[in-house]
Design a protein. Sequence first.
Length: 238
Amino acid sequence: MANTVFHKAYTRGHADHGWLNAYHSFSFASWYNPDRVQFGALRVLNDDTVAPGMGFGTHPHDNMEIITIPLEGDLAHKDSMGNAATIKTGDVQVMSAGTGIQHSEFNPNADLRTKLFQIWLFPKTRNVTPRYQQITLDKSLEKNDFAQILSPNPDDAGVWIHQDAWFYLSDFDKDFSKKLAQKKEGNGFYIMNIEGEIEVNGHQLDTRDALGIWETAEIEIKATTAAKFLVMEIPMKY
């Protein structure tokens, strides 16, 4: 029998700073829950809404794999590696902070909000050379399938990170069901339901509910309404 943790959307940490409305799946900043510090190597999953023209000033990171997935609007990025780019809905961005970087992020639009997931994973290898990557996804691959957007392999689909993790985005029609096999033994799955309603191995998830499941070789996801969701296969030990 697989082990599970079920995180209802309303149990997340919440901070409304005016310019930033943030929900935290795991302990972050001033919100601390000893039962919600991490899921294996997954340390942060923030569901952020950034007001028009606002953003995060320059700040440092090290020894963390940082993945940003815009859900609505755009996010402008600058970093100490010399990168300056704007990621848009349908893109995915990754930074390997490694030995240390500084970066800033802001909403470049004067009249549109930006919504995004920012996800942090502990790396497999510490003190790597910092790196930056962003790609535009083929959203058609998400339709009734698990579209891989991240892996440990630079030659594989999606961006890559210094960790044995695989991420998938999906857009399922109502009543569609599909199984997903584990890539690496010992990993677990963490599923964040973006919108709609799904069942994961019989567990019902509403919008922004999440389920962690481990000690299972595969999961089965059924959309009970039209639904969009993010699946993360995560090392439980790292």
